[in-house]
Design a binder for this molecule. Structure first.
Ligand SMILES: NC(=O)c1ccc[n+]([C@@H]2O[C@H](COP(=O)([O-])OP(=O)(O)OC[C@H]3O[C@@H](n4cnc5c(N)ncnc54)[C@H](OP(=O)(O)O)[C@@H]3O)[C@@H](O)[C@H]2O)c1
Length: 318
């Protein structure tokens, strides 16, 4: 792995720490008018909902009256989390491994059989891998987990109208996309010599924003809302695992899980209008998906990204 020059690292931390850490959240939240969460009568599906940011969003929704179904791989962890939440309607769960597209298709079947219909989908599963790992479907693991499975789930739920005509879809993306220009052929890098974990992660996160822009523009039901959001820097299990040095430096100022989930809950509650077709919401505000001059790529549209994902997904099904 190429070493990042010290000067670049210093610039990065000076630029982003005040905003993405708990410091930024604490300062901005002084000016927020908080309305209570009221999710009575709603049904939520929260992927990656057994711990971290997803679990916090699931708990806050359930405590405010929603029926919440969480999805993750480990049934024991899901059960322990569901039992830990005291809510009017107990949280339930389904298992699926987002690194396997066939598992996501099976999840869609389980949801259909269960007769569910969702007001809110929080597509929150996300991982960063330092090394290229091929799945048993011969794709790169973080690509499948972070974007392909999300897209299959959103599309499947829209096509079956399991997502209600006034549903809210929230993709948990990341500021990790900011340094990366979308190059479609780099979305699923299966050559270890060309692979770099942060780039694979960043491109998948950019693709999440682009797919939400695609669905927003294409929405058949004008009351449906499609958002991508960035939780800030949050002290979670996956960040501790994948970025131990980052956590060692910033531990004291990282956000807690509720601060990380705040914009998810805000978007579901307020359903604000989004001015741009493609955006990322951060600390309750719509923001641009490009902050560096080198990342816009007019040659690749959201439609191209969706077509690419559809083609790969269809090839898996063949
Ligand atoms: N934490 C941050 O600072 C930060 C910053 C920017 C963006 N984000 C994004 O926020 C989201 C949540 O991150 P987090 O830090 O809260 O993660 P986390 O604490 O590690 O939680 C991950 C959740 O996802 C589930 N999960 C992991 N791999 C899965 C898979 N292959 N299939 C299905 N479920 C899986 C886990 O349960 P199982 O292990 O049982 O499957 C768990 O419920 C991610 O999309 C991440 O990219 C986080």
């Amino acid at each position: 792995m190429a070493k990042v020059p010290l000067s670049k690292l210093i610039k990065f931390y000076v630029r982003f720490t005040p905003s993405y850490s708990a410091i930024g959240y604490n300062l901005r939240s002084i000016f927020w008018r908080n309305r209570p969460n009221q999710f009575n009568g709603q049904t939520w599906l929260v992927t990656g909902g057994s711990e971290g940011i997803g679990a916090s969003a699931a708990r806050q929704a359930a405590e405010a009256g929603a029926r919440v179904i969480c999805v993750a791989r480990d049934a024991k962890k899901l059960e322990a989390f569901a039992q830990s939440v005291k809510s009017p309607i107990p949280i339930t769960w389904l298992t699926a491994d987002f690194s396997r597209t066939r598992d996501v298709h099976r999840l869609l079947e389980d949801i259909k059989v269960g007769g569910h219909s969702f007001d809110v989908l929080v597509n929150n599963v996300g991982i960063q891998k330092h090394q290229m790992i091929l799945t048993d479907e011969e794709m790169e693991t973080s690509f499948v987990t972070n974007i392909l499975s999300h897209h299959i789930l959103v599309k499947g739920l829209l096509e079956t109208r399991i997502l209600k005509d006034n549903a809210t879809v929230i993709e948990v993306a990341s500021g990790g996309m900011y340094n990366h220009k979308m190059v479609i052929d780099d979305l699923n890098i299966t050559d270890p010599a060309r692979y770099a974990g942060p780039r694979a992660y960043g491109l998948a996160k950019r693709a999440q924003c682009m797919t939400m822009g695609f669905w927003k523009e294409k929405a058949v039901y004008p009351q449906q809302r499609f958002y991508a959001m960035h939780p800030g820097w949050v002290d979670t299990a996956s960040v501790n695992r994948s970025m131990p040095r980052f956590v060692a430096i910033l531990k004291s100022v990282l956000r807690d899980h509720d601060k990380g989930a705040d914009t998810i809950v805000y978007l579901a509650r307020e359903r604000p209008d989004q001015k741009r077709s493609e955006a990322i919401w951060f600390d309750r505000k719509e923001r641009t998906t490009h902050i560096y001059a080198h990342t816009p790529n007019p040659g690749v549209s959201a439609h191209d990204v969706v077509n690419h994902l559809d083609t790969i997904a269809a090839a898996r099904m063949a």
